[in-house]
Design a protein around this ligand. Structure first.
Ligand code: GTP
Ligand code: MG
Length: 273
């Protein structure tokens, strides 16, 4: 006979969640989901029209999770369809193609579109985000490296995984971490667990490393105007050196950024009287 206690325990065990996929058209959102749910890969591109919907059941620890997956179309044309589906999501797969820089740069605007529909940053804070650096099997055409992708993700408290829907690399690990974090969040009263948010480096450090990587010359790298004085160069250098010193900064790419800053200062000082 089923007792009230058994019922209560079973209710606690089952959970229903909603996840969505976001990212530019053709980055591989549908293929990642297909690889996980159907264990197969389709090389031919079939653009998602507006939205695709599917359900899957997963086991996380002692809980059965019913996952409703809303796979969004990346094409700007479908904005009006997408915007209906952002609300009430517990998880977001943010996907880019490691061979297309614009798909990585677009992640900020995907967050922007979502935030606009969610109304506030507070509503975004209770969602688990996983960044998928996809198509890592196509090594020769890769232009966004792991450090850059990981930095962008982890500085925002998001998970980062390298994936290939084609070979299956990283897909199961990524979904396991995704569903496990969503379960933790639901058990934590709808708040992202603290361990994921504290990554040991600040947003300022992450943003500075990104800025340095994208700088066009040594002046730009130090954040001074062309023609700046020795004092101005040294002052900017000291500030960056303190921020990025490898002893103090554990953000991915900090060592390279620190070395680049040292070299930039040396080459500028050579030419300043
Ligand atoms: P939209 O639905 O238009 O937003 O695109 P999408 O992000 O869902 O892309 P989709 O999954 O349809 O994949 C786009 C193309 O990339 C297809 O031709 C896929 O076969 C290919 N593709 C997806 N993932 C991978 C991957 O990991 N490696 C390789 N080599 N190709 C991939
Ligand atoms: Mg698709």
């Amino acid at each position: 006979m089923e007792t009230t206690a058994t019922k209560r325990r079973d209710n606690k065990k089952s959970l229903r969640v909603k996840v969505i996929s976001l990212g530019n058209a053709e980055v591989g959102k549908s293929c990642i989901i297909k690889r996980y749910c159907e264990k197969r890969f389709v090389p031919k591109y079939l653009a998602t029209i507006g939205i695709d919907y599917g359900v899957t059941k997963v086991q996380v620890r002692d809980r059965e999770i019913k996952v409703n997956i809303f796979d969004m179309a990346g094409h700007p044309f479908f904005y009006e369809v997408r915007n209906e589906f952002y609300k009430d999501s517990q998880g977001v797969l943010l996907v880019y193609d490691v061979g297309l820089r614009e798909s990585f740069d677009a992640l900020d605007s995907w967050l922007g579109e979502m935030k606009q529909e969610m109304g506030s940053q507070a509503n975004m804070d209770s969602i688990v985000f996983v960044v998928c650096a996809n198509k890592v099997d196509l090594t020769k055409r890769r232009v966004v490296d792991e450090g850059e992708g990981r930095l962008w993700a982890e500085s925002r408290g998001f998970h980062y995984f390298e994936t290939s829907a084609q070979s299956g690399e990283g897909i199961n690990e990524m979904f396991q971490a995704f569903f496990s974090s969503i379960t933790d969040m639901c058990e934590n009263g709808g708040k992202r667990p603290v361990s994921e948010v504290s990554v040991g480096f600040t947003k300022e450090q992450a943003d500075t490393i990104r800025r340095i990587r994208n700088s066009k010359d040594s002046w730009d790298m130090l954040g001074v105007k062309p023609g700046a004085t020795r004092e101005e160069v040294n002052k900017a250098y000291r500030k960056l050196a303190v921020l990025l010193h490898p002893d103090k900064c554990v953000a991915p790419g900090s060592e390279d950024a620190f070395k680049a800053v040292v070299n930039a200062r040396t080459s500028l000082l050579k030419n300043i009287k």
